[in-house]
Design a protein around this ligand. Structure first.
Ligand SMILES: NC(=O)c1ccc[n+]([C@@H]2O[C@H](COP(=O)([O-])OP(=O)(O)OC[C@H]3O[C@@H](n4cnc5c(N)ncnc54)[C@H](OP(=O)(O)O)[C@@H]3O)[C@@H](O)[C@H]2O)c1
Length: 326
């Protein structure tokens, strides 16, 4: 008979809506949970629920083998690491695993991973694809990247967050690459939807009247998506079976006119039309919309690889000198 092991201790640093949800899920799954946040007042409910307050970032990192950090951006993570280093008298940080669930771009994420590793902290990155309310439920979806053995070692602990955890590869910036692409899709869809509601409202069409039709349109996009992706990866851009870019340019043109007639700002739609027009001018008028993915993604930096590996230095950070520990 296998022996039951009790859930290992976990630390959560950052208690915004998401950090609080993460800490609550660990508590609910029975993990001894240590928390720290820049503003102490946000920990009240968690402490009442059994969490332990750490006196500072250093104590928080030292309290568990795995420390989740979930704050506003990578610069805030740097500030927290700086503070922990200062608290240590610049003697170094505990050899914990830092699981960074803060949203950030891929380049900045790789910089953080490099910094953490230089400080002797193992680093796993994660991008949370669902809202705080979903944490701890089946709906949670978190994309991870970083060393596979690290993910394997902490997988069971991270399962307390619920739902699906996907490891995308060893490059710590890979989850962030997915995150920014998916959030670009999400927020351009949401802003596009609001734009459409505004246009409809100016023509006395309430949002709820448009909604079922908008839902079918969104479903059409979802249904088309896998086929479009396959076409892009196969490098096939024929417009024979779909709308051509010339036809799409005409369609966008009449939408821009309708927006202008309704006195709704048209800049976003005009920007989309400019992209289509540029692709048509480059000789792709007969191609399908998948051509836009190739056209927009072209190397415009004169043969240099996409900017991903050289990074800006974090605000207030002097990487080589600041992180030197005895
Ligand atoms: N909320 C969601 O539904 C959701 C969904 C997916 C992903 N995310 C991601 O999760 C992360 C956290 O989001 P959130 O909703 O919890 O709130 P947030 O407003 O993005 O972040 C708030 C947290 O960041 C801390 N913070 C900000 N500046 C700091 C600094 N300079 N030094 C130390 N700590 C600092 C705040 O501390 P104080 O309390 O002291 O201000 C607080 O703990 C973000 O990257 C967000 O994009 C959130």
């Amino acid at each position: 008979m296998g022996q039951e092991t009790s859930p290992p201790p976990v630390t959560v640093i950052g208690l915004g809506p998401m950090g609080r949800a993460l800490a609550a899920a660990f508590l609910a799954a029975g993990h001894p949970t240590t928390v720290w946040n820049r503003t102490a007042g946000k920990a009240g409910e968690l402490i009442a629920g059994g969490a332990t307050w750490a006196d500072g970032p250093l104590a928080a990192l030292g309290a568990s083998d795995v420390a989740i950090v979930c704050v506003i951006d990578a610069d805030a993570v740097d500030v927290i690491l700086d503070r922990a280093l200062t608290e240590s008298g610049r003697h170094g940080l505990p050899a914990t695993t830092l699981v960074n669930l803060t949203s950030e771009g891929p380049r900045r994420t790789r910089e953080l991973a490099t910094r953490a590793e230089r400080l002797g902290v193992a680093y796993l990155d994660g991008s949370i694809m669902t809202p705080a309310a979903a944490i701890g439920t089946e709906a949670t979806r978190i994309l991870y990247s970083g060393p596979a053995d690290l993910f394997g070692r902490h997988r069971e602990t991270l399962a307390a967050l619920g739902g699906t955890a996907v490891h995308l590869g060893a490059d710590p910036g890979r989850a962030a690459s997915f995150d920014v692409a998916l959030l670009n899709l999400f927020w351009s869809s949401i802003t596009g939807l609001m734009h459409s509601f505004a246009l409809a409202a100016r023509q006395h069409v309430p949002a709820t009247a448009l909604a079922p039709h908008a839902q079918q349109m969104a479903q059409l996009v979802a249904d088309l998506l896998p086929g479009l992706a396959s076409e892009i990866d196969a490098g096939g851009f024929s417009g024979e079976a779909s709308s051509s870019l010339t036809s799409i340019a005409a369609s966008l043109d009449h939408i821009v006119h309708a927006l202008e007639e309704a006195e709704v700002p048209s800049a976003v739609t005009r920007a989309a039309k400019e992209v289509v027009d540029a692709a048509v001018s480059a000789g792709h008028g007969a191609d399908s919309p998948t051509r836009l993915a190739e056209f927009l993604g072209r190397d415009r930096a004169g043969g240099r690889p996409p900017a991903q590996d050289t990074g800006r230095t974090a605000v207030g950070q002097a990487p080589s000198a600041g992180d030197r520990v005895p």
